[in-house]
Ligand binder design. Structure first.
Ligand code: UD1
Length: 430
């Protein structure tokens, strides 16, 4: 089968303006939450990026009987023909985020069947916290012929302490608890802006959810939820990717349509690395900057530095004067891009969850492979900054989370083309 790759001629500085669309990591749980609508009316979601993950989630919802239309970055979802409680094994393997369907299907239909989402190129990603939380809400979960079957005649509010502030588990439990009988208190939850977005969407449907953005979320269950129209928050990770691309190429760009405060930790680390950034109401401007190494970048749950920008940040630091250290504290094996960057002459030493970098003046273009979504974006940035031609293979990963990345980069002056390739293997998405 013919697959695609990016061919990049490096050495051009980025200049201009880019407008950021809705956040993938908000859109996916919110699409799953639409299952909770028991009215006949449509849900409308605005600012939806045209990315592979959206299309996969659309197919999953359609497989459950929902009518889903995507047009002009808007999704219209009608749930009146919801007829299935099972997500097929094939679709589960296609996208890890299908696990988000557990909470809402259980709440709405009293049962759900899924399979394990499988391994992932950034390391093991257990779902034990999702299960423990759903069990605390009254679900009985068992494995049947390799499938996970959960059921609960009704869910019952509970006090739940998460062992780790997992983004996905927090979201799944919120979506289950909105229809549970009584009150639920979730402690040690994730505080990401996408959690706040999900809360706002659920409340728009008639739910009673308070506290998102803090350590504790309180939910009062209601009988039923209805439809609503909702605009998804801008994608802070895509915004950060563009800022880092500008910094790596010595460019000057305006990234607009964003919520700058969502990027506070990123801006702080980029400033430490010498980047000159100015924040406006809904945009960030980055000036041509001279980069210098930073003592330590450590990925953490929000509001810490996001693991999803660790790979792009590594490219910056590979080009910054002096020495830097990156610590990946969220995922076990999220340094695969480092080995590709080494092939572009980056000086990086990996020791477990730590990466030590010594900045070089120039990276050299070569053939590299995107192993996951953000690793792929990082390799594109490296290619833009490198001398010569860089070919990034396996760009399906990049298309999962960036809407036609090459078009936005071309508008900023980058020389990047999408080409057909021959050899590409499909890895489990994550
Ligand atoms: C979400 C994001 C992903 C981001 C990640 C961390 C979406 C669709 N994806 O993924 O882009 O990189 O947050 O910010 O929103 N864990 C457990 N048991 C569980 C659940 C998680 O041990 O039941 C561990 C994971 O293995 C990982 C850590 O907790 O080490 C963080 O995972 P989590 O916050 O759940 O990430 P995701 O929701 O999968």
């Amino acid at each position: 089968m013919f697959m695609e790759r990016f061919v990049i001629e490096g050495g051009n500085t980025l200049q201009g303006t880019v407008t950021i669309k809705g956040a993938k990591n908000s859109m996916l749980p919110i699409m799953a939450a639409s299952v909770l609508n028991s009215s006949d009316r449509n849900i409308e979601l605005f600012n939806i990026p045209d990315i592979i993950d959206m299309h996969v989630m659309k197919i999953i919802l359609e497989s459950l009987g929902l009518e889903v239309v995507f047009s002009n970055n808007t999704l219209t979802i009608n749930t009146k023909r919801l007829s299935s409680y099972a997500v097929s094994d094939e679709l589960m393997r296609e996208m890890r985020s299908s696990i988000f369907l557990m909470g809402p299907l259980l709440a709405r239909l009293g049962k759900v069947r899924v399979t394990y989402p499988g391994g992932c190129s950034i390391g093991p990603r257990p779902i034990d916290l999702h299960f423990k939380g759903l069990e605390a809400l009254g679900a009985e979960i068992r494995e049947e012929n390799g499938s996970i079957f959960a059921r609960a005649p009704y869910l019952k509010g509970a006090v739940i302490h998460l062992d780790f502030p997992s983004v996905g588990a927090t979201e799944n439990l919120m979506m289950a608890a909105v229809l549970a009988r009584g009150k639920t208190v979730l402690h040690n939850v994730a505080k990401e802006p996408e959690i706040v977005d999900l809360q706002n969407f659920l409340n728009g449907m008639g739910a009673i959810v308070r506290g998102a953005g803090t350590d504790t979320i309180r939910i009062t269950g209601v009988e039923a939820l209805g439809s609503c129209s909702y605009r998804i928050i801008p994608d802070r990770i895509v915004a950060g990717t563009f800022l880092m691309a500008a910094a790596a190429t010595g460019g000057e760009i305006l990234v607009k349509g964003i919520i700058p405060s969502h990027l506070d930790a990123v801006v702080a680390k980029m400033r430490e690395a010498g980047a000159e950034l100015e924040a406006y109401e809904d945009s960030l401007f980055i000036r041509k900057s001279k980069l210098k190494g930073v003592e330590k970048v450590c990925t953490l749950p929000y509001p810490g530095f996001p693991t999803d920008l660790q790979a792009p940040m590594m490219v910056l630091l590979a080009l910054a004067r002096g020495r830097s250290t990156i610590v990946e504290s969220i995922f076990e094996a999220r340094f695969k891009h480092a080995y590709e960057l080494q092939r572009m002459n980056a000086r990086i030493h990996i020791d477990g969850r730590k990466a030590y970098l010594w900045g070089v003046d120039k990276l050299s273009g070569t053939d590299v492979v995107a192993t996951d979504l953000r690793a792929g974006a990082a390799l594109v940035i490296a290619g833009l900054a490198a001398e010569g031609i860089t070919t990034v293979h396996n760009i399906r990963h990049i298309d999962r989370g960036y809407e036609r990345l090459e078009i936005d980069l071309q508008k900023l002056g980058a020389k990047i083309q999408r080409e057909k390739g021959l050899h590409e293997q499909k890895a489990a998405s994550c």
